[in-house]
Write a protein that binds this ligand. Sequence first.
Ligand code: BGC
Length: 767
Amino acid sequence: MNLNNYPFHPWKIIDKGWNPENVEASESIFSIGNGAMGQRANFEEDYSGKTFQGSYIGGVYYPDKTRVGWWKNGYPEYFAKVLNAPNWIGIHIKIEGEQLDLHHAKEVLHYERVLDMESGLYERSFTATLQNGIGVRVHSKRFLSLAQSALGVIDYRIETDRDATLEIIPYLDAGITNQDSNWEDQFWEIDRIGATQKTAYIEAHTLKTEFSVGTFMEVRLLENDDTIDFTSSVKKTEKKVGLEISHQLTAGKELSIHKLGGYLSSRNYPKENLESEANALLLALKNESFSSLYNAQKEKWSSIWKSADITIDGDVKAQQAIRFNIFQLNQTYTGEDAGLNIGPKGFTGEKYGGSTYWDTEAYCIPFYMATKNQAVARNLLTYRYLQLDRAIENAEKLGFTKGAALYPMVTMNGEECHNEWEITFEEIHRNSAIAFAIFNYTRYTGDTSYIPEMGMEVLVGIARFWAQRASFSAAKKQYVILGVTGPNEYENNVNNNWYTNYSARWCMEYAAEQMNRLYNEFPADAARIQQKIDLQDAEMEQWKKTAAQMYLPKDDALKIVLQQDGFLDKTLEHVSSLDPAERPINQHWSWDRILRSPYIKQADVLQGMYFFEDHFSNEELERNYAFYEPFTVHESSLSPCVHAILASKLGKEEQAYAFYLRTARLDLDDYNAEVEEGLHITSMAGTWMSIVEGFAGMRIKGEQLSFAPRLPKAWEKLQFKINFRDAIYTLELTQDTLVCSVDQSEETTLFVHDTAYTLRDKVEIAL
Ligand code: BGC
């Protein structure tokens, strides 16, 4: 639980005042990452109070054996864990024989953390009195380099109020575990451990997955900013290595310990070269100082912000929040490594194992499509294409045949890997989001080559799955889909979840339509695919038939679709009738009570209406929104953003703004009372959508961009940039004007509130 109220600031997150109860929450908030690795904001010096240690390397995981009470055939064998990796930030410090540890300090007089999102720098400072009466002041700065993805840099400054002997041990520690281990397994085995006077190195490999990781560090000392020489003695145990340094610190002088450290892994380098690569990296950095490395960091962030920043005039809390979301997304995934994806908690915690979920396709793709170049979103789609064989194996394990593909709900390498059946495993709807993302990407980028080159095979695998998974109901004389969990995880094993059935129907139609397009426009690809996967016309006819006869539950009296069969049998009391003390219900109610209740964890029917907005009239959207939103508890981070977009479209300004704050400040204000577990990274892309698709009302109309701005009242101006089909569009919106400029010379059309305008360089439109 986060007890903090971070002051509003356009670029910074600030945590002032010492509160030991808040350490874990703020370790999440102040997490840093560079796409290749990331870490919670753990202290460098010892801390014996409550803390959640975490440092993670993208793509390095452990298959922790699934733990369930009753093993059912079809269960995934393991739950992939993002691994807590060796600690390279640690520095033990003794001052006149007393360990520096805020938990045992006599008094903490000043304490502050600052995250500067503009430059990717995390700082912490404190002043404390130790039990031995010595006053100590510490100021540390840390960043994970975007320029050198293996590298992190620390400048740890310390002053005492009297002359004191310091015993300093900067160290590497591979004796780490995961809090969420199923069987208390050790995940790492040490291969090598060594040190010189100024450097140390530990090589370890993960059990079962055999990733080798070299953790390295180099230590430099400076006094009042002048480099000083030092000698150290190596302290080595089985899993830990440190350099013990003794230093006489004079009052009024400042000792600065610089630590350069990080990881190289066998995902990127041959195993046998890890140590030499680490040495080569440190050698190459020989003449770099903390400030020169930090300058490079600033430049990298400045170029990210150039294309991704959103500015909001007139509402600093909204401004701070959107930047926090954009910042965290860029810390998690930079798009440079096609083997990586976006874990729901990124590098900020263990929950969700750092694995890939449907979140990427349903929520993250639009952000990456618009704020980076097209190749980044294509990489995310390719990630699934490369895992198609595994998706087919996943489906085979469940009894499906003939190339039917069931993408995993949770995965590291394409295999399904989760602990639970009803939640996640039964959420076969994830297949539709993967197909939808292909459609969404093609619609947005205009890249017509992805489908013939890769996407078509994925679409076919998914259509085959739905055609086999749907069964014909003799009673209904329609196809039904039984025994599923929809996006709303507070209902399990339901029949005919509308979202699942509707999106399955769309997948089969879309796959058939795209295959036909390929026959006409890309005959060579069509022939190659047809042969490779043995696709016959009769099979596609079956998809179309199943789609045409798909059962979609609805209620004619209320004129709404039904979330699933039997939804109206529930006691239909709105969320507003709940006792606030019992919220979030997932922390207060039995699972039995949740399942019987009408309460909806996250957009379910409305998720479908968001994806397929054009298929519904405004009246249909309005009626379904009015019916389902009041039952929605928004206990998934993915919920408020979709509601913000729909509320905006429906002209419900106040609700849209409330949902915006809830999605944007979900972690900063800890709406779901769980921020200490880590941040909700994937929903942060939803926050971006709630501004761009919500308040700015951006859509793609045919081949053109279209906007329908509805700014919150307090917003004087909203500005953002998007990359649309390789041109950069800059949007400036006020309450009554829209200015759009584009960095291409060709003339194009822009729709604003459905009116077409010609855009050449710049256009200003009165709203
Ligand atoms: C949501 C899922 C989501 C997962 C990871 C769950 O709480 O209900 O839809 O995929 O979190 O973000």
